[in-house]
Ligand binder design. Structure first.
Ligand code: PDD
Length: 292
């Protein structure tokens, strides 16, 4: 489908992308006063729908907004968008802003109608060469705010970090602060050390990741030891394996960090097991209702 055929959903209506418009006084535009979700789609179905809606509810609550529609309505809109845009594998982007005011006003006004936007896009599968070689990442200082647990559209430090990584031919920027691993600019980071999978604890400095949570659950099923503990920069650099977890790409092996090989410099055994388990899990849930 070309972009001109894309059907989106904006404030209660399905309409062509070219006809979708919002006010320049929308607080999402003026202040990034908005939260969002990216939900993967596999075989025409949203994946981890409930988990994404739960995180959206939490993000809204943290910015003092209410869930603007019931879960069933989100589910119906998402199914219809997948259908109308003929998406097999791809993603749903959804964003809720506080809405358009009549003036620019920092203080949060009462009783605005939120602006709700959803779109569906196809995602080409990763080429097998990338999976065979793994990806490169660059470490950078984390310049973000102190509430990265909220999935806010205020992503300026993230996009600058990602762009710096891209300019060095790296797929992801891995963010560090005070000598500790935080997360990727758009991904959660796991490391493997002596057969154990390590993940940094949740807190205000990182986003609770739906893909990371599932990977850790699958690791438990596979009897892979999991430790939730702070990860130092030294541990990151000395890791046997580094993995990125995100809705758009599942779990990816990082085989080069700042130009140096990680472990053997090839995708490691724990990544291979998790990657296979994730694919099997997608198959397993493919026939279950996604929204109950
Ligand atoms: N990003 N941390 C950050 C900062 C992220 O932006 C993301 C996801 C994650 C992983 O969360 P999940 O596994 O639920 O996707 C962690 C999405 C993909 C994005 O912004 O496009």
């Amino acid at each position: 489908m070309s972009q001109s055929d894309t059907i989106v959903w904006l404030n209660g209506r399905f309409l062509p992308l070219a006809e979708a418009s919002i006010s320049p006084l929308d607080r999402g535009f003026l202040f990034a006063d908005a939260v969002y979700e990216v939900i993967p789609v596999y075989a025409k179905r949203p994946f981890l729908f409930k988990e994404h809606i739960a995180r959206l509810t939490r993000s809204l609550h943290e910015i003092r907004m209410k869930m603007p529609m019931p879960v069933d309505e989100w589910a119906n809109i998402i199914s219809t968008l997948i259908d109308k845009n003929k998406i097999d594998d791809g993603m749903i982007y959804l964003q809720v802003s506080r809405g358009a005011d009549v003036i620019r006003n920092h203080a949060v006004p009462f009783a605005l109608s939120p602006t709700i936007f959803l779109m569906a896009s196809a995602l080409a599968p990763l080429d097998s060469a990338t999976l065979q070689t793994g990806v490169s990442a660059l470490t950078l200082a984390d310049h973000r705010w102190a509430r990265c647990d909220i999935k806010s559209t205020s992503l300026l430090p993230n996009i600058l970090a990602k762009s710096t990584a891209a300019s060095e031919q790296a797929l992801e920027a891995i963010l560090l602060a005070d000598g500790m691993l935080r997360e990727g600019s758009s991904s959660s980071v796991l490391i493997a050390r002596s057969g154990t999978l390590l993940a940094p604890p949740y807190g205000p400095e990182i986003l609770p990741g739906t893909t990371r949570d599932l990977c850790l659950r699958l690791a438990n099923e596979l009897d892979i030891a999991v430790t939730i503990a702070p990860i130092t920069e030294h541990m990151l650099r000395q890791a046997d394996e580094i993995m990125l977890c995100f809705a758009t790409r599942g779990v990816l092996p990082v085989t080069r960090l700042d130009g140096k090989p990680i472990g053997a410099g090839t995708p490691g055994p724990l990544w291979q097991r998790l990657y296979a388990a994730l694919a099997a899990y997608r198959q397993r849930v493919a026939t279950e209702p996604f929204n109950t």
